[in-house]
Ligand binder design. Structure first.
Ligand code: HEC
Length: 474
């Protein structure tokens, strides 16, 4: 629709160019008049592509839901869309075909640029219909179960807020299969991104008994291994890491996201024995805020054949993955443990390379990927090598930006046969050239805080031979 309008505008411009020379002055006027207008051309683009974040109460700094709101930002809008910094989308378009691409088409970018260059006019026609956003849950029927975080989280006005884990008891007594799941922020202005994970807690752990407060951070987080750390803590973390790699991610939220409906025959499993972790990454608004986010569950009506599994590709441990750091394979900490320690990123290292290799042992089908690094993340590439030696790049993110945690779901699920390998290749920039780097002089540990680092591509997949229908116990 928008493209059609632009074509009409260009058509008008051609008529002007083709007009007799004597009409030059009038022609210039007509050219200005034929610049795209907000009402006819640009409004609909902004409503469709920007307003999900740029509207009242959401995470973006200003609303773009009317001409009056958008006009003062015209220059900034032009700059951001031409640089392709807005809307956020970082996949190299040469590789992979993804659903819900939020990148603007070149036509839309050109329309916005021409609108700004033409004085950002409102246009004579009627204003486009204001965008509407579902305030309800997104699946086609009401949820079967809604779980809120057990506490309100107080988000301070200013300062620095660490990511937070808020734990909830698993509300289900037995394994539950979900056909859809959604996470919804209680206060969308402060929830930058978040995830819900299911985790098996160490035996004897009870929720709400640990350091911070009821419902607060409970177990030491997985992955980070600090060489100066107490050995007992280290061991506990390694134990926790085992949980981490095993299909822990239930749903991930970012503005405009947070809803997953699983393809027919598949379902997300909420394992009965695991607790639920709301992992919250907040942003500050300058005012004290509170948030109580929630998740909705829709139970599968029929028993699915396969689990939709989410595992971090590039991780070490659990799934038999190997990590290579700066050309050196990382050896297991303890023979047979499956756990390695990734060396820290040295101060000022500008191109620190980490590769994860995941031997695919069963025929699997891949559905989507979510690359994850922190402030020092520079780029990521995901490659499948098939048993016949051919390779295919599934995703390439040349300029990784921690601010934007984007999930890329494949248009067509991808069959990957046993005997293939999945390679996750990434670089970190701990130098001063990285504008997000808070402290280039520091050695960077592996950990969950944004100033520590992580490295993986969460991969959603099913195992082709799995047939849950065959299980006799039900
Ligand atoms: C997924 C959410 C999201 C979408 C979609 C989005 N933005 Fe943004 N935008 C943000 C956030 C958050 C910021 C502030 C942080 C930043 O600059 O990265 C921002 C910042 C901006 C800024 C800079 C504001 C300033 O203070 O200088 C402009 C301009 C902008 N967006 C325009 C757009 C336009 C135009 C679109 C659509 C074509 C769009 N954005 C789509 C979330 C979004």
């Amino acid at each position: 629709m928008v493209a059609g309008r632009l074509a009409a505008v260009l058509g008008a411009a051609l008529v002007v160019i083709g007009a007799p020379a004597g009409a030059a002055a009038a022609g210039e006027n007509a050219a200005a008049e034929s610049a795209p207008t907000f009402n006819a051309d640009v409004g609909p683009i902004l409503y469709e592509n920007c307003a999900s974040c740029h509207r009242a109460g959401q995470v973006a700094p200003m609303a773009l839901t009317s001409y009056e709101e958008a006009r003062p930002w015209a220059r900034a809008i032009r700059t951001k869309v031409v640089a392709r910094e807005m809307p956020p989308w970082f996949a190299d378009p040469r590789f992979g075909q993804f659903k819900d691409v939020t990148a603007l088409s070149q036509e839309d970018v050109d329309t916005i640029a021409a609108w700004v260059d033409g004085g950002a006019p409102e246009g004579a026609g009627p204003a486009p219909d204001a965008p509407e956003f579902a305030s309800d849950w997104l699946h086609e029927r009401p949820p079967d179960f809604v779980l809120e975080m057990p506490i309100d989280v107080e988000v301070p006005a200013q300062g620095e807020i660490e990511y937070l884990s808020v734990w909830a008891e698993n509300p289900f007594e037995e394994d539950v299969f979900l056909e859809a799941v959604q996470m919804r922020p209680g206060n969308p202005a402060v929830v930058h991104h978040a995830g819900i994970f299911t985790r098996e807690l160490p035996p004897g752990t009870r929720l709400g008994q640990d350091r911070v407060r009821p419902g607060g951070q409970l177990i030491p987080m997985p992955v980070p291994i600090n060489p100066y750390e107490d050995p007992a803590v280290k061991l506990a973390r390694r134990e926790a890491a085992r949980v981490f790699v095993e299909d822990a991610q239930l749903i991930f939220y970012r503005p405009g996201g947070g809803f997953n409906r699983f393809p027919e025959g598949t379902a997300k499993l909420v394992y009965a024995e695991r607790a639920l972790e709301f992992q919250m990454h907040y942003t500050l608004t300058g005012r004290p805020e509170t948030d109580r986010s929630a998740a909705a569950f829709w139970f599968a009506r029929e028993r699915p054949r396969r689990r939709m599994i989410t595992v971090g590709s590039g991780e070490h441990g659990g799934t038999g993955q190997v990590r290579i750091v700066e050309s050196e394979e990382q050896l297991e900490l303890q023979a047979g443990s499956g756990f390695t320690r990734t060396p820290n990123i040295p101060p000022h290292a500008g191109d620190f390379r980490v590769t994860g290799i995941w031997p695919v042992l069963d025929d699997v089908t891949l559905y989507g990927v979510w690359p994850h690094m922190h402030f020092r993340g520079k780029d990521m590439t995901y490659i499948v090598s098939y048993p016949d030696g051919t390779e295919e790049t599934l995703l390439h993110v040349p300029n990784y930006d921690f601010n934007w945690q984007i999930e890329y779901d494949f248009v067509e699920p991808l069959k990957v046969p046993a005997g293939s390998t999945l390679k996750t290749i990434g670089h970190f920039d701990n130098s001063i050239r990285n504008r997000y780097n808070p402290s280039p002089d520091r050695e960077v540990f592996w950990g969950e805080q944004s100033w520590d680092e992580m490295f993986f591509i969460f991969t959603k997949y099913t195992i082709d031979k799995e047939d849950l229908g065959k299980r006799t116990s039900n």
